[in-house]
Design a binder for this molecule. Structure first.
Ligand code: AMP
Length: 406
């Protein structure tokens, strides 16, 4: 068993062996041996690692093993600091709505480093896209309550998740929602942070306008997008580029003015990655970037009520509070949980254990990329995958963006 005495030489962040695995914040001094686990099937893939379902021979439990992805540029430098950060953040947290990291398991090769996590039977992206699940009002309330409770906990501990999206929200067979994938997470810092975080559909307007000082409010914007998506069963703001994303936000919520977002003018603007032809200097696919000043003017009306037709006033109010342009005025997770939507509005949140359950579709085809089962893989884009969801193509494809963290 790999332990403090027999740690492989690469289990280091400096390239030199760490004699006593003195790893950051709450990371275990001892690692499990990967041979203790039997790999069952592939569950999914995030930016920083492939996730497998596995049987733990020691505990006889089913777990999820997330393999740490070693980028070629990192080889020779030991475990990437980004992976250590993810493990360290997750090990320091303990909440019912945050996925629990049980151990770290290692083998003899640099590629054999795994986070051993509690297993969740589903993720919300699969349920919505694949099983075409339609949640009732009280079920959506139950899911949003759990998401906001998880976020409230993270934010109290100064952690910004920075990648809240459907595929990072896991659901256990008992209806417990778990926030997962802390590959992009950071401790809040008043120092500049990378603005190019959060999958574009769920990205807050201050990030789209390249703010490098931002707060936990970015996660609340994403939560607002999640709530809208659970209601309409389609992504609320499915932009193809940063530029289109901002345009979709304006179309839905109206143009931000100086009055509603006084500091917007101080932000640099949209960093266009060249996916959309906006000028001759940045034709399609060149990857050339340019800054575009924030668009002001144009549309006045907020169309949210019309888009979410038939929803209660409290539902619209809460989404509007989360989708508030000015991050300083955006509602916090704690305040959202105290809204009438949760406390008074009918129906009350469903109990987690009574939420609809579905077969574990991800495990149906053993070993062949469970999360992608039944989806046509359309191609690779920006180092990630784009899935073709058939008829809804153009609306329901989920980008896996490979963006390096700061
Ligand atoms: P991640 O890299 O953490 O985003 O994980 C990629 C995918 O793997 C997710 O979208 C889930 O489908 C799956 N996954 C991640 N963690 C778990 C877990 N603890 N239990 C079950 N599935 C998981």
């Amino acid at each position: 068993m790999a332990n403090q005495d027999s740690a492989p030489h690469w289990l280091s962040i400096t390239g030199k062996a760490l004699p006593h695995l003195d790893l950051p914040n709450g990371m275990p001094g001892r690692c499990r041996n990967i041979k203790d686990f039997e790999f069952l099937n592939h569950l999914g893939e995030g930016t920083y690692g492939v996730v497998h379902r596995a049987h733990d021979h020691k505990t006889s439990k089913i777990v999820a093993l997330k393999q740490v992805r070693i980028f070629d540029s990192d080889r020779g430098n030991g475990i990437p600091i980004t992976a250590l950060r993810e493990i360290s953040i997750l090990k320091s947290l303990r909440h019912n709505n945050v996925v629990n990291v049980l151990d770290v398991a290692v083998g003899t090769e640099l590629d054999d480093v795994y986070m051993v996590m509690e297993y969740a039977e589903q993720d919300l992206a699969n349920l919505l896209d694949h099983a075409k699940v339609k949640y009732s009002e009280s079920e959506i309330k139950c899911l949003m309550k759990q998401l906001l409770e998880g976020l409230e906990y993270l934010h109290k501990h100064d952690i910004i998740h920075r990648d809240i999206k459907m595929s990072n929200l896991l659901l256990t067979a008992k209806g417990v929602l778990k926030i997962a994938d802390f590959g992009m997470a950071r401790e809040y810092s008043p120092r500049p942070l990378t603005p190019g975080v959060v999958t574009v559909w769920y990205r807050a307007p201050e990030l789209l306008l390249s703010a490098n000082r931002y707060t936990t409010a970015v996660d609340l914007w994403s939560a607002g997008c999640i709530m809208g998506e659970l209601i309409i069963q389609l992504p609320l703001l499915p932009g193809e580029s940063e530029l289109e994303q901002f345009a979709l936000i304006v179309k839905l919520l109206g143009s931000p003015s100086d009055k509603i977002w006084p500091k917007m003018r101080l932000l640099p603007g949209i960093y266009d990655r060249g996916r959309t032809a906006v000028t001759e200097e940045a034709p399609v696919g060149t990857g050339r970037a340019r800054y575009i000043p924030p668009p002001i003017g144009a549309q006045r009306e907020n169309m949210l009520e019309r888009r979410l037709v038939g929803q209660t006033k409290e539902t619209i109010r809460l989404i509007n509070e989360m989708l508030t342009f000015d991050p300083e005025r955006r509602i916090s997770a704690g305040d959202a949980l105290r809204q009438r939507y949760f406390t008074r509005d009918m129906p009350p949140p469903q109990r987690p254990e009574l939420i609809q359950t579905f077969p574990e579709i991800r495990n149906e085809e053993k070993g062949v990329g469970g999360a992608e089962t039944g989806l046509k893989r359309k191609g690779k884009e920006a180092g990630g995958y784009v899935f073709d969801f058939g008829d809804d193509f153009g609306v329901r494809k989920r980008h896996r963006q490979l963006e390096r963290r700061d």
